[in-house]
Design a protein around this ligand. Sequence first.
Ligand SMILES: [Zn+2]
Length: 609
Amino acid sequence: MSYLVLARKSRPRNFDQVVGQVPVVKTLQNSLIRNRVAHAIMFSGVRGVGKTTLARIMAKAINCENRTAGNPCNKCPSCLEIDSGSALDIYEIDGASNRGIQEIRELKEKIRFLPTSIQFKIIIIDEVHMLTTEAFNGLLKTLEEPPDHVFFMFATTELHKIPITILSRCQRYELKRVSAKDLGSHLTKLAADEGITMEQAALDLIVRESEGSVRDGLSLLDQVFSYGEKDIVVNDVIQVLGLVSRDIILRLTTALLSKDPAAALLALEDTFDFGVDLKRFTTDLLTAFRTLILCKLQGCDELIDIPPQELQVFQDLSKNYSRETIHMKMTLLMQGVEEMRYSSQPRLSLETTFLKIIQADDILPVSTLLGKMDALLADNPLPASPQQKTGKKPAAEKKKQLPPEPRPEPGVKETKKETVPPPRSFSMAPKDAPPAANEASPPSEEQPPLPEEPYKQTEKPKTQNQTAPPDTKGKTIPHPHEHDVRKDWHKFIEHVKDRKLWMAQDLQRAASSREKNGELQLTFLETENCALLRQKDNVKLLTEFVLDFFQKNLKLRFITPDKDIEDGKNGDDSPHKLRQKLANDPLVQMATEIFNGQIGDIRVGPRSR
Ligand SMILES: [Zn+2]
């Protein structure tokens, strides 16, 4: 019993039988019809897409005596001779094993003479990029002035390795991967011809495995056919080809996204039961995440080359998660896969990665990150003033302060104050709210009552808070201890530090500060250094700190190298520039590092305020 492998049995004998490659085939046929075939043709593309197949059909078509519509007849003596493989004037050379100058010299010797039995000599060099430089140079002269009776057909998987001098003398055809649809219908037809029925999912799997290579598809089909069943189901394919079932990949992807560690580890366990190659498996998993991201992008449907039923499942899954979250998890997975490759315990390494991905939180907006940052800074303050030390409290309690609560109306102030225990309220200021663009920015009204003379009253903040609620709009109240902006600037920064640590740090970056014409003018040498301060909510807060401390209602003016900008406005800052500044802000960068996060989105403009 002789069994002809599918690849040989189904080899296309004319252009019409070629799978895919429609534009190339059409161009080649037209060149034959018009008798304008180039004497040197270069076919490039990945393995198994039809490069040598097309070269062989061209060899026949060029020589065919009864060519119709550019197709060889496959009946004339010339066609039959070439098909049988006995044509002496067709040279098929493997560039990998005949790569030296000597082989090229012999070849050139052969083509000097006219063909013996057919009309043209055809030289087919497969994997032509393997030729040595000398060999290429040897070919160059012949390609410049090819004899009329000779045609060269080159095939390569690595076009970039071909010297440009050679390329420029060839007509080039780039062959594409065959689409899943084309390959699927081709394989279905072949299966039917063999009297074998295949479950759609089984066929889909083979098509996916082939990655657009017809030859790979055929050899996979051969393997599955050898399994011996007349009805092939998906599990046969999985078993024969040693693949991970799509079901496991999908289960795992879902578990990683929905933060289900047990399901993720069980799915991995099942994979091991299958005895699957880990590298292979992780590639499949990454591909699944890629598909999810593509599902989230508009107009990327063409990039997703998976069967429609499977696509639907991915589309449904992707709807539950943001693009940022999927992207973040995919990045972690890629890092984990990379680590796994160098690990002596690949499975353990992969399990760790899964847990890391599951623990990773969804992407947070910058404002939330900055809020957390404030809390963290409050836990680990810089060299602190006495007030800060007295204001310390357990970390757990502080966490409760996040996220900031909506601001109360000014009128509610008094009641609100009473409900907050004094010691706690006193330490709230430095950490209770994100400073960045955020609607829930800390309202000054909610600030703990500030001591009217902070530096004298640190000893007994409790009584101060309870007994002397300050009037934050107290510009009308004359005060005996007015501070001077120039003289008391450092004290003011200390004052701010206890209430809003980051703001104090930013204020310290000011090159100078002065009071002029009812304004507090702050000069910054770097525009970015006051980007955060200049945001509307922060300007408001700072204005109130100024009022509290200096007992003056001063308007803030930021003077920067570009332009001095009035409080609360963005000046000439485009949203794009502002975003860039925010992203580059040291605080943001520190926050992203601490939380191992990424900046998912930065919103500027009216909505964010
Ligand atoms: Zn013919």
